[in-house]
Design a binder for this molecule. Structure first.
Ligand code: MG
Length: 393
């Protein structure tokens, strides 16, 4: 029996409930119903997944962000005490509308930006799986964070770093070692990557993830985005973050302190651990997940990343250091290029070529407010779309 009464449960909202992180979050909720109350769910178009979860867990606030589904007859089956919302602006307010304490932003891409912004502005805890919103809008989001635990990273590396920082003074930081698996194309040359298939790129060796992040992991763009994410989350300089390949993904990241001590976070490669930590903090809850077996790992291999082959990583680092609107352009170009790669319109190396070209032609602007940034993000995506359509057909 839990010692928590019903009123002490943490109220959670899961945005992007049908995706990889969303469904794993539902799994965490299922196991910890005595400590969590699920107050809201959102999907983009997956109405069936929304209805299944809503009926199963009796969720009172539901949202479909694709407004064209407004008259979908499947939604008629909902009980009358359920509040149903549509569209992106309601999505960014769903945390407030549902009275959630914690909003898990598991949306894919920079569409999550406005939601992250409103969640922080409304003093909710933001459990952030949508790294793109921090990459694009970190300069506008971070000033809204009142205390460290208001922004809980749901990215395995950043959750690891967050945990390594527990009980430490930020002034004692020497370096963050941001670990990477290296992805499915580790050890390959740029020429060898020219003709890889979507299927090859989607087959990540260690983690089970959504399509967009799987491609980002194959190009190492994901690691570049994560460097920018870490820079904002932990308020460090870029030269205090070093990417390190750890092939087995047993180490989820490390923090080195001024005295030479290094704290590493290890665990199974299962996203339900960082998701649960974002909900349980400052406590830890038990977990039925598979434990790490050191005998199975047997060895750990470390390498520095090959930035000549994985050009997306160097492009991201450069854009991060440039700051202002450069990360917005980088992310927008990448999102559109990845979409085209998945659709078969462009090749794998065309992803970095597109991002490189779009950054070269981009005119830097200062980020002033969230509406302008969302508009800029939209424009950057439109321009990339035009570039790809005219260049690669
Ligand atoms: Mg990660």
């Amino acid at each position: 029996m839990s010692t928590l009464g019903a009123s002490n449960k943490k109220k959670i909202a899961i945005l992007g409930a049908s995706g990889s992180i969303g469904t794993q979050a539902l799994d965490v909720y299922e196991k910890h119903k005595d400590k969590l109350e699920l107050v809201a769910l959102s999907v983009h178009t997956s109405v069936n997944a929304l209805l299944t979860a809503a009926h199963k867990y009796k969720v009172k606030h539901l949202l479909v962000s694709d407004e064209t589904l407004k008259d979908d007859p499947r939604l008629d089956s909902l009980p009358s005490d359920v509040s149903l919302y549509f569209g992106r602006s309601a999505l960014s307010e769903l945390g407030s509308l549902s009275g959630a304490d914690i909003v898990l932003n598991a949306l894919v891409g920079s569409v999550g930006l406005q939601t992250s912004y409103e969640t922080l502005k409304n003093n909710k805890v933001l459990a952030l799986a949508n790294k793109e919103s921090l990459v694009v809008g970190g300069e506008l989001l971070m000033p809204l964070v009142q205390e460290r635990a208001q922004l809980m990273p749901v990215d395995s590396e950043h959750s690891a770093i967050f945990q390594c920082f527990e009980g430490e003074s930020r002034a004692d930081l020497y370096k963050i070692w941001l670990t990477a698996s290296g992805g499915p194309f580790f050890g390959k040359s740029l020429a060898e990557l020219e003709n890889v298939s979507v299927r090859d790129a989607l087959s990540h060796p260690n983690w089970s993830m959504g399509k967009k992040i799987s491609i980002d992991s194959a190009t190492l763009m994901n690691k570049g985005l994560e460097v920018i994410e870490a820079k904002h989350l932990f308020d460090v300089d870029f030269d205090q973050i070093e990417v390190l390949i750890q092939r087995q993904s047993a180490i989820h990241s490390m923090v080195e302190f001024v005295d030479g001590s290094i704290k590493a976070h290890l665990g199974a490669t299962d996203m339900r651990i960082p998701i649960q930590y974002a909900f349980s903090y400052p406590n830890r809850w038990d977990s039925p997940l598979e434990r790490i077996s050191f005998a199975d790992i047997a060895r750990m291999d470390f390498y520095y990343p090959d930035v000549d082959t994985f050009k997306c990583l160097s492009l991201a680092l450069e854009a991060g250091k440039t700051g202002k609107s450069a990360p917005c352009m980088l992310n927008a170009a990448n999102e559109v290029a990845v979409k085209h790669f998945l659709e078969g319109t462009i090749g794998f190396n065309d992803i970095y070529r597109t991002v490189e070209h779009m950054l070269e032609q981009h005119t830097l602007t200062k980020l002033t407010n969230i509406d302008d940034l969302c508009e800029l993000d939209y424009e950057c995506k439109q321009k990339t779309e035009e570039y790809i359509v005219t260049t690669f057909r």
